[in-house]
Design a protein around this ligand. Structure first.
Ligand code: MN
Length: 478
């Protein structure tokens, strides 16, 4: 951080301190402890300076005499824009006191939130940090408020964190929230996990030693650590498996972090040569990332003394991304992000998060009063995405339900307009075949345009529909 940057932050802290003077939280602490904590959180996430400043000022407009103009004059338009967004997001939510009507209308609609907040995803990141700190200090609130905030966190904010692949945040939010929503179940499951941890300790140590020695012999550089399943994810998994603990194999896992992808596969080989892998339990999320971009190889093995252990193998970058998600991308792209921000675009995000750019563009259009057919967008916070591959191995993300023409138009409208056929996983297939997660899709093109109006029936995404319409329009004029 340069001197000028840090002095801007110091100035913001001074302003926030002055503005919140004499205010206290329900915990009894001076109010300023809250914005300072939120600031610290986004700082730890590696966010850019404007976001850090906006975080410490995020409650000033609503609760103090400071005006948006003051913030604009002192810290510039960017910061004012972010603070305004966080304030508006609060307004959107506080107008909806009844959770039952509020949740269905917002939880599925990140777009709506983005429109409300000015289309900048950083507003949501500040909001997530704000919510995290409120959860950490939730015990000071009356029980009915605790339950309401906890429930909303489980249903809206933790899934949002997951969608952004912010794993560490998701786990902490979900576990705190769950402990308020269902304290009895929370304590039961926590005990189960702790008991298991104790009983498995010796095995884990032994396995760790064996694996470390074997990796050392292969000259693979690695870090190995244990990870315990979070209470809430155990709860969710048990629901999926009809409460059958016997089907939970990943209560304890060993995480091996290596330098590159080749070493990930070598490590998998080393582990499988030591222990018997359980069939059907190898998941290669490196070749086929999860929908939120998560990458890792998971394998469950049976040790010599018949204990079941899951391994998670990944590179340092994958680990960083799994823990911090979108925030990690901001960190690596901060320079470019601040440059591109003026055009309202976030660029250079990993492929798996490009939908955010799309979402921001749409939100900006809506705010500018331009017409957007929201129904056709199918943009949904929890919408399923699939990843498919070009024959060269490039990953293309598409909404679930996409067809070969959607894929072709996504590659390029020029390719879309000349589709003659499609091979899916090496086999000639019909243009009406729904693509599946992991498919390798090869488009066969003809020299001349082949598009026709009947293609509208074989298209799922608004993007492809729009491109086809444009092409047909041009044709009409000729
Ligand atoms: Mn706040």
């Amino acid at each position: 951080m340069t001197k000028k940057e840090s002095s801007r932050i110091e100035e913001a802290i001074r302003l926030a301190k002055k503005a919140h003077e004499g205010q206290f939280r329900k915990t009894g602490d001076p109010y300023i402890t809250h914005p300072l904590a939120v600031m610290k959180i986004v700082e730890d996430w590696g966010m850019d300076e404007d976001t850090i400043i906006a975080a410490v000022l995020h409650d000033t407009i609503e609760d103090t005499d400071v005006t948006l103009q003051d913030i604009k004059d002192q810290f510039g338009e960017q910061v004012a824009f972010l603070v305004d967004g966080v304030t508006k997001l609060g307004d959107v939510r506080s107008g909806m006191n009844d959770l039952d009507t509020y949740l269905p209308s917002t939880k599925n609609n990140l777009l709506r939130l983005l429109v409300a907040t000015g289309s900048d995803i950083r507003v949501l990141i500040i909001k997530l940090a704000d919510r995290l700190h409120n959860l950490r200090t939730l015990s000071a609130l009356p029980p009915d408020k605790q339950k309401k905030i906890a429930k909303e966190s489980l249903e809206v904010f933790a899934p949002l964190a997951d969608r952004l692949n912010m794993g560490r945040l998701r786990v902490e939010m979900a576990d705190i929230a769950f402990s308020y929503v269902d304290p009895k179940r929370y304590n039961q499951l926590r005990t189960i996990i702790e008991d298991y941890e104790k009983s498995a300790e010796k095995t884990m140590q032994k396995v760790r030693k064996e694996v470390s020695a074997a990796l050392g012999r292969e000259k693979i550089k690695f870090q190995i650590s244990g990870r315990v399943k979070s209470v809430y994810s155990l709860h969710k998994k048990l629901i999926k498996h009809n409460q059958n603990m016997g089907e939970i194999y990943d209560l304890m896992a060993l995480r091996v972090i290596v330098n590159d992808i080749t070493d990930c596969y070598l490590t998998l080989g080393v582990i499988h040569s030591l222990y018997m892998p359980m069939s059907g339990r190898i998941k290669d999320y490196i070749a086929m990332p999860k929908q939120n971009g998560y990458q890792s190889i998971h394998t469950t093995v049976i040790t010599k003394d018949k204990k079941i252990i899951e391994f998670q193998i990944r590179t340092k970058e994958m680990h960083e991304y799994a823990e911090r998600g979108l925030a990690a991308s901001f960190y690596y792209n901060e320079q470019k992000l601040t440059e591109n921000y003026r055009t309202g675009k976030i660029e250079h995000l990993p492929t798996s998060l490009l939908w955010i750019t799309e979402l921001q563009e749409t939100a900006a259009k809506l705010r500018a009063g331009k017409k957007v057919d929201i129904k056709k967008l199918r943009l949904n916070l929890f919408a399923d995405k699939i990843f498919v591959y070009t024959p060269k191995g490039d990953i293309i993300d598409l909404p679930k339900g996409s067809l070969p023409l959607d894929f072709a138009y996504r590659l390029h409208s020029e390719i879309g307009g000349r589709v003659r056929g499609v091979k899916i996983n090496g086999k000639m297939s019909s243009l009406s075949t729904k693509l599946k997660h992991g498919d390798i899709v090869e488009i066969i093109t003809s020299k001349n345009p082949t598009y026709k109006a009947s293609w509208f029936d074989k298209i799922f995404t608004p993007h492809a529909r729009q491109k086809l319409r444009q092409q047909l329009g041009k044709l009409g004029k000729q």
